[in-house]
Write a protein that binds this ligand. Sequence first.
Ligand code: 4AD
Ligand code: MG
Length: 428
Amino acid sequence: MVRIRELSAAAGQVVSVAGWLHHRREGGRVRFLEVRDGTGVVQCVARREALAPEVWDVSGELGLETSLRVVGPVRRDERAPGGVELVVQELVPVHRTAGYPITPKEHGVDFLMDHRHLWIRSPRQAAILRVRAALMRAVREFLDARGFVEVTAPVLTHTACEGTSQLFETRYFDQPAFLSQSGQLYNEAAIAALGRVYCFGPAFRAERSKTRRHLQEFWMVEPEMAFAGFEENLEVQEALVVHVVERVVAACAEELARVGRDPEALARVTAPFPRLSYDEALRLLRAQGLELAWGEDLGAPHETAIARAFDRPVFVHRYPARAKPFYMQPDPDQPELVLNADLLAPEGYGEIAGGSVRIEEVELLTRRMAEAGIDAAQLEWYVDLRRYGSVPHAGFGLGIERTLAWILGLEHVRETTAFPRLLYRLYP
Ligand code: 4AD
Ligand code: MG
């Protein structure tokens, strides 16, 4: 059996291909069957006079998405996608299919989402999933090459990281437990063992948000660095995003074309990224008629407006402490601000990463926890990290789905993962 992607190397040979019937075109005494196998699509040409009558009949009967094997010689044909076609000699259905629900006509989003288990077979959706894999590979490639050690953070946790309003609660035998919102707190422990670490896994947020950028389950890569400060934290984000975009553009030209994304839009993604302080961001918003009270976090419309003003990702830094989680280090020059930054993607995509310098002093940390209404006894281990060899440290989290939606120019994050968990969707 030869995979379709490798067919052009087999020109002239008789091969067997296994896949699914994607499309059929009738040409009188000839039939063109497009077969896909996950690596590509090949046109298989069935000629009436060259085939036994029963094979010819089968070639006309099979429903779309029938799984099958085709045997025949590979023939060069400049007009064919991939430069080759397969001349049908044998055609063996594996499982016959009738009435495949997804047809070339337009379907509504709800219908497609209800049939997501089948929808992912469509060339556009499969291309997105391939790019997702390439993006995740590029993230690991970058961090591994820079000496970050991947650490697995737990998914079942005993307390909140990013605020209690968004927790999915479950049971851990006889005690309550929560699905992880972020592996950051565990990373802060791991840096004292390994120096520079990252965790890469799912995060869960019970956000009652139905927007094109919110998922209730998403993937996040979270690097954390001992002995690093504000500047380095931003530089690593810049370099990571530049690397990921370069790798995806280089490795996924076919997929970008398939989803209609012009790689030109990504050619401007070079470091350094512009930086705006929170106060500058408020001024920019005001100039566009968007008022935001000082102290409030930016919402989606604000991020969109800021991100639209730039042609590459932009950092908004030093937010008011009260808009952000308890663990962020105050700015020594303006203690009402924190040493954080959110990275907003251009073309209106908004926040793709968020990070900060972390508090290193035990007194300050426990005071900020108390102000945030967090019981320090619940996070004794986290406070301990400030008692035993505390160091300046910083890190960030990059959301995979939002980054992918921006890189591919997608309307909605629901297409960025095989089986998205959305506010009103846990099926399939
Ligand atoms: O800004 P967030 O909440 O930051 C943290 O969780 C930190 N603990 C990360 C760290 O410093 N280690 O989330 C980080 C990123 C966001 O910028 C966004 O890309 C993504 O995670 N994200 C979501 N993506 C999809 N759906 C949601 N509901 C998301 N919430 C956050
Ligand atoms: Mg954030």
